[in-house]
Design a binder for this molecule. Sequence first.
Ligand SMILES: Nc1ncnc2c1ncn2[C@@H]1O[C@H](COP(=O)(O)OP(=O)(O)OP(=O)(O)O)[C@@H](O)[C@H]1O
Ligand SMILES: [Mg+2]
Length: 382
Amino acid sequence: MTDHFNGIKDIKGNRMEQQHLSWFRALCDRLEGNLVQFTRLQSASQFHYKAAASVLIAVFVYFAFAVLHVQAETLVFIVLVFSRLWPKFSALQSNLEQIGQTVPAFRHLRELQQASEAAREPEPLRLAEGGAVQVAQGFELRDVYYRYDREQETYALQAVNLRIPAHRMTAVVGRSGAGKSTLIDLLIGLVQPERGQVLVDGKPLGAGEAYELRRSVSYVSQDPFLFHESVRDNLAIAAPDASEERMWEALRFAAADAFVKRLPEGLDTILGDRGVRLSGGERQRIVLARAILRNPSVLVLDEATSALDSEREAGIQEALERLRGRMTLIVIAHRLSTIRGADQIIVLDNGTIVQNGGYTQLSEEQDGLFGKLLSYQAKASG
Ligand SMILES: Nc1ncnc2c1ncn2[C@@H]1O[C@H](COP(=O)(O)OP(=O)(O)OP(=O)(O)O)[C@@H](O)[C@H]1O
Ligand SMILES: [Mg+2]
């Protein structure tokens, strides 16, 4: 049902109602089948239990009378005691059945809990508040291999060696599925490499260090996420002490100030399903403002301006140029015009680095993937 509501636009827009309904129906049928099977099992076991009990009682009464010659009063007394005790026994039996029913679910939950415990990040190493770690020299990847599924042969990233200098702008480009987002996950320690090393300022990035590092990182993911709260709360979650003035400054940076002013209650407008719904580009700009507001040492933008019109994107590009020198910028972009100013461009293909260098250098390299991507875009823009 959640799938249905989340995908309603795609479902209706492509007339997939019938197919989706038949999935749902199949699921309900399975549910129904399970329930019927369970009830059948339960009543069958109840029946056997009761039948066996009746036979047992009959045999007992017969034995008591015919063989042991127990007196009638004593027998009535015994039967009375039994009839009092009986409900306890049958409650025991049905409780056991219920436990049997819930054990599989409980086992799944335990497994999930254990997996989560195993993947738990260690407590932060240093608890010094305020003074965020500054990345002074930069990142380095040494012969890094990573794959999502250890059973699969293909690596999402393999034999990756690179340096990302601090206070510069590094762009990562490549076809869809090349491994760009995965590279970012490795850099900020969201995932650990299977082989090789990630170094920050020359020190290996373990899970504890990664937790500390992310204090000074702002990451705008490919899929911008806003909480169902006001604009102000959505910004303040990144920087709780930020003044209203600084919020507007960040919004201005992300070219979001004009439309936020136009919202019914300005900064206090609730966003999300029961509040004001934003367009894709507006959402991106608020998430970008949130990232800037933290005043990070490292700013990572994964397709952060993909939904914006060229004019706004150019504005944000200029603003980013001004940040260079103060922050380490790592930018993923499909629209290559946006990374013209990058100090270094890393071209990924199928999980490996195929080119690495400056914009002009790469565009002049014959038969390079970068040149190819550039020429496609030049053709597209006429
Ligand atoms: N959570 C995941 N589980 C399994 N495989 C994944 C997962 N995320 C990505 N992959 C796979 O890893 C490869 C690299 O994915 P990645 O998201 O890094 O690509 P990308 O370069 O960011 O692509 P795009 O430009 O489309 O965002 C892809 O083949 C993808 O199918
Ligand atoms: Mg990606």
